[in-house]
Design a protein around this ligand. Structure first.
Ligand SMILES: O=C(NCCCc1ccccc1)N[C@H]1CC[C@H](OCc2c(F)cccc2F)CC1
Length: 336
C-alpha cells in the first residue's frame, strides 16, 4: 500500500535557516496541525541523500502529533559545504544538532528531542547520544549499527582488508576520483540513479560495495526504481549547488573522529555505553550495512530494541510503512 510522502515544495513543511558554528544550515520544520506537539523528532539523513530523504516519515510523524526537524546536513543541499574535512567531525556535528534542537525546542519537553538517523545519519546520531546525551530523549538508527569508540587506531584500508570487506567502496569514496569525475547535472543524474539502484540495460548495477562506482557503466544506467523522475531531478538540482566534495568528506573523518573519541574509549564502557532508549532498524538486503553487523551491539546499550525490515539500503523509501511502524511501536509511547 502507498505511504503518504512529502513533495519537494510541500505545504506541510516550513523552510528555515540557522547559523550554526559559522555555517548556514537549512532545515525543514513540520508542526502537527492539532495544537501542542507531544514531542519533537530530529531526523539526520545519510549519503548520498538530503533532508528530503525522510519524505516518507514526516507525514506519519505529524499524524502522531510529533513536531519534526529535518536539516540538510553540513555539505548538502541548502546548507553550507565547507571544504575542510575537520568541519565534518562527528563531535562537532553532535553539537551542531544540539544547537539546532535548542533553537527549535527551547525548554519544551525539557529541551529534549528524539534523534533519528539513516546511514551516515545513523552513525552521527549514535555519536550524538554519546557526546550530548542531555538533549536526547531517545535515539534510533535505520541501517547503521553502533561501533563504540576505539582506543587503537586501525587505518580504514586495514579495517577493510581484515574485518569489513563490505566497506571497500568507502576507500574509493574517500579518494579524489568520484568528486573529480562526477561534475555537472548529467554526471550527477547518472551518479544518483546509480546509487538509487538504477541498472544498465542488461541489468548490471553501476555501484557495488567492493569496487564502488563503476565509471564506465554510468552513462548506460537507467532510471532509479525507488524514486520518481521528478524526485531525481530535485536531488540533481540540490547536488548541483555544491557538488560532491562536502558529502564525500564524511568518508574522510575516520582519523579526526578517532582522535576526538580516544578520551571516551579510554574511560571504558561507562563512557561508551549508550544510556538513552535506543532502537536499530536493519534492512535485510542492505549490501553495505547487512543486519549481521548489528548482531553484537546490545552489550553497548542500556535499552536497545532491534527491528528488521525487508529492504535494500534505501529502506526509508522501499519499506516506509514498516519503518514507520517500528518507530511508533517503540518511541511513540516513550515520548507520549
Ligand atoms: O557508505 C554509506 N552509505 C552509502 C551506501 C551506498 C549504497 C547504495 C546502494 C546500495 C548499497 C550501498 N554509509 C556508511 C555509513 C557509516 C558506516 O560507518 C559507521 C560504522 C562504523 F564507523 C563502524 C562500525 C560500523 C559502522 F556502521 C559505513 C557506511
Amino acid at each position: 500500500q502507498s505511504v503518504d510522502k512529502l513533495t519537494p515544495d510541500d505545504p506541510r513543511v516550513e523552510h528555515h535557516t540557522l547559523e550554526i558554528r559559522g555555517y548556514n544550515w537549512h532545515y525543514l520544520l513540520a508542526n502537527p496541525t492539532s495544537g501542542k506537539p507531544t514531542g519533537t523528532v530530529l531526523l539526520v539523513h545519510g549519503w548520498p541523500d538530503l533532508a528530503f530523504g525522510w519524505r516518507y516519515q514526516v507525514p506519519a510523524l505529524l499524524a502522531l502529533n510529533m513536531r519534526v526537524i529535518v536539516p540538510d546536513m553540513l555539505g548538502y543541499g541548502r546548507t553550507d559545504a565547507p571544504d575542510d574535512v575537520a568541519e565534518y567531525a562527528q563531535k562537532k556535528l553532535a553539537s551542531d544538532l544540539a544547537a539546532l534542537a535548542a533553537h527549535v525546542v527551547g525548554t519544551d519537553d525539557g529541551g529534549q528531542v528524539v534523534l533519528g538517523g539513516h546511514d551516515w545519519g545513523g552513525a552521527i546520531v549514535w555519536r550524538t547520544a554519546l557526546w550530548r546525551p542531555e538533549f536526547v530523549r531517545a535515539v534510533f538508527s535505520v541501517c547503521t549499527p553502533y561501533g563504540p569508540p576505539r582506543d587503537q587506531w586501525v587505518p580504514p584500508e586495514v579495517m577493510v582488508e581484515t574485518v569489513l570487506p563490505n566497506f571497500r567502496y568507502q576507500l574509493q569514496l574517500a579518494g579524489p576520483d568520484v568528486e573529480a569525475q562526477i561534475v555537472g547535472p548529467v554526471k550527477l543524474r547518472q551518479f544518483l540513479n546509480t546509487l538509487f539502484l538504477g541498472r544498465t540495460p542488461d541489468g548490471q548495477p553501476g555501484f557495488n560495495t567492493k569496487d564502488g562506482l563503476l565509471f564506465d557503466r554510468l552513462e548506460s544506467i537507467g532510471p532509479s526504481p525507488v524514486l520518481s523522475p521528478e524526485e531525481v531531478e530535485f536531488y540533481v538540482a540540490e547536488y548541483a549547488r555544491h557538488g560532491l566534495h562536502g558529502p564525500l568528506n564524511y568518508y574522510r573523518t575516520h582519523r579526526v573522529n578517532f582522535d576526538d573519541e580516544l578520551e571516551l574509549a579510554q574511560q571504558g564502557a561507562e563512557r561508551t555505553r549508550i544510556k538513552v532508549p535506543s532502537m536499530i532498524v536493519t534492512a535485510s538486503r542492505d549490501g553495505a550495512l547487512p543486519p549481521s553487523m548489528a548482531a553484537n551491539m546490545d552489550r553497548h546499550f542500556e535499552s536497545l530494541v532491534k527491528r528488521e525490515v525487508d529492504a535494500t539500503h534505501w529502506a526509508l523509501w522501499e519499506a516506509a510503512g514498516d519503518v514507520n511502524k517500528t518507530y511508533f511501536q517503540v518511541f511513540a509511547e516513550s515520548v507520549a
